[in-house]
Ligand binder design. Structure first.
Ligand code: ADP
Ligand code: F6P
Length: 508
């Protein structure tokens, strides 16, 4: 692959399965219409890329057709976007199949059974090659290329083979499983070799990095030392690959500013009013995914109503379940289950004009999400396994009033950082019920104490810092060029504390 002439191409290239926008039909004049694509990866990377003069290589979220109008790079939302086309068959084999029918369940504790199909693997290899070629095309000489997530684990090695001049980073947004589970994968060697094409492999938690290094030892007979391994190329040259944890975060200041804005505050009050001004609003916000434990949450809620520990007249569970991977069988079955459960609870406990579970199967703008966070007394995150869970951090960031309580599964990456949340094992329904009651009755003083500590953490460890830490570990010479160093001032937590005291709020 030819290296672009000096001065051409981009110095920072992100390669992710999805572009930050999805194709959403066309405008009347025939030009493509875009909407923000779902999920934590876009939430995290969008603000980072908007602050860089870089390019983002990814799929548009729709099948490519012969007359595809968007195959050329284009600018959107302050970013240079480079679309990679996938045919309908590739979406089936690469995205719905190997990525979300094999790797997703395998990497999430086999909550459902992974399927292993050789044709899916062939599509995965072919599509990874296409992403690698697209990145190699747009990267400037000596550029940093940052490959994202489990859909593209072969890209680092493919890219290194084509462009040895690049610095290559990889970040896995989801857990990396223990070897005993990973070992099921018939292509485990190829996946590890693909990842080892990177100079730095990042994970959410230290345990994920350890699992990866252990897999390298067991499968490839490499000897991990000092959070990394030495790999030997075909020509005998040696290279060190580092593996460590970089817990991802959100654009905390932007989330807080949004939550503080007058329209969002007004909308939060309106939402409570539309819900019938109940005493307690409990909120869940998740992609409709079997890893999120939505069914466990609804079961606990229903039992609390049955037991009379929550009053049906004065409590609403607002559950946003974002449509996700709807052509994958397990996701279709999940939707049926959840909607059946919601119907049952509402049938048993609702009355005319009042549903105890408000179930919304939609995507929303960020303002609406911020308003929902503001409107909620209790936020429920009950994932059975989750790389990080950014929703938990968004809830914390948006509670500038230091009110609200967070119930957080211990199986999320976020639980490592948010020690002042009420931690739960979502499989333990009695424990989950007790945690919900604890959150509902928590005094404002206790809410404030916990919120302050969690807000400090999320304020100091935002997504800019995450990107800065990763990129400067990969390439120390980037310090000073990437915003988000730990020394930069961010957040106004200290100021908030004093302001709160001055206003004399809720010091009960
Ligand atoms: P995942 O990456 O598994 O989807 P995360 O909790 O880490 O889970 O990230 C989800 C992101 O998607 C968050 O930024 C959240 O605000 C956003 N999100 C979730 N549901 C919706 C929705 N219905 N509309 C808009 N954004 C949503
Ligand atoms: O981090 C997990 C992840 O797969 C991300 O890559 C993506 O942002 C999110 O979940 C949503 O998934 P999908 O792109 O399949 O809709």
């Amino acid at each position: 692959m030819p290296v672009p002439p000096a001065g051409e191409g981009y110095d920072v290239v992100v390669v992710a399965n999805r572009l930050p926008v999805d194709r959403d039909g066309s405008h009347p004049d025939g030009s493509p219409r875009w909407r923000r694509s779902p999920g934590g990866l876009v939430t995290a990377l969008e603000p980072v890329m908007q602050s860089q003069d870089g390019a983002w290589v990814g799929w548009s979220g729709a099948p490519s057709t012969a007359e595809e109008e968007v195959s050329e790079p284009f600018d959107e939302g302050g970013m240079r976007l480079v679309p990679v086309g996938l045919s309908g068959d590739e979406i089936t084999g690469f995205y719905e199949g190997f990525s979300n029918g094999t790797l997703w369940p395998l990497y999430h504790d086999v909550i459902v059974a992974p399927e292993y199909h050789r044709t899916w693997w062939e599509d995965y290899v072919r599509v990874n090659e296409r992403f690698a070629a697209a990145a190699a095309d747009v990267a400037a000489q000596g550029a940093v290329v940052w490959v994202q997530d489990y859909q593209l684990q072969l890209v680092p090695a493919m890219l290194r083979a084509a462009r040895p001049d690049l610095s290559i980073g990889f970040f896995n947004h989801i857990p990396f499983p223990p070897y005993e589970i990973f070992a099921q994968l018939p292509w485990r060697r190829q996946v590890l070799e693909g990842l080892l094409g990177a100079d730095l492999v990042g994970f959410q938690r230290p345990a994920d990095a350890q699992n990866f290094l252990r897999a390298c030892r067991r499968s490839l007979k490499l000897v991990p030392r000092h959070q990394g391994v030495e790999v030997t190329a075909a020509d005998g040259s040696q290279r060190r690959v580092r593996a460590s944890a970089f817990p991802i975060s959100i654009d905390t200041a932007a989330m807080e500013a949004l939550a503080r804005s007058e329209p969002v505050r007004a909308r939060a009050a309106e939402i409570r009013e539309h819900l019938g001004n109940p005493d307690t609003v409990i909120l869940g916000v998740d992609r409709l995914d079997y890893t999120k434990g939505i069914g466990h949450r609804i079961k606990a809620f229903a039992e609390l109503l049955d037991d009379g520990l929550l009053a049906a007249d004065d409590t609403v569970l607002l559950q946003v379940a974002t449509p996700s991977r709807e052509r994958v069988e397990q996701y279709r079955l999940l939707r049926e289950d959840i909607e059946l459960q919601v119907g049952r609870v509402n049938g048993a406990h609702g009355r005319i004009g009042h549903s105890v579970v408000q179930y919304l199967h939609h995507s929303y703008g960020r303002e609406e999400m911020a308003a929902m966070f503001q409107a909620a007394d209790v936020m429920l995150v009950t994932s059975l396994r989750d790389g990080m869970n950014l929703v938990a951090k968004e809830y914390i960031a948006s509670r500038h009033d230091e009110r609200g309580a967070l119930v957080l599964s211990e199986f999320t990456g976020a639980a490592d950082e948010l020690g002042q949340a009420i931690h739960v094992n979502p499989h333990d329904i009695d424990g989950l019920k007790a945690a919900v009651v604890q959150a509902v009755v928590m005094s404002p003083r206790e809410q404030r104490r916990r919120m302050r500590s969690m807000r400090r953490r999320v304020g100091e460890h935002d997504v800019q810092r995450w990107a800065h830490d990763f990129l400067t570990t990969l390439r120390p010479d980037l310090a000073g060029q990437v915003p988000g160093g730990a020394d930069e001032a961010r957040g106004d937590d200290a100021e908030d504390e004093h302001a709160g005291q001055a206003r004399g709020e809720d010091h009960r």
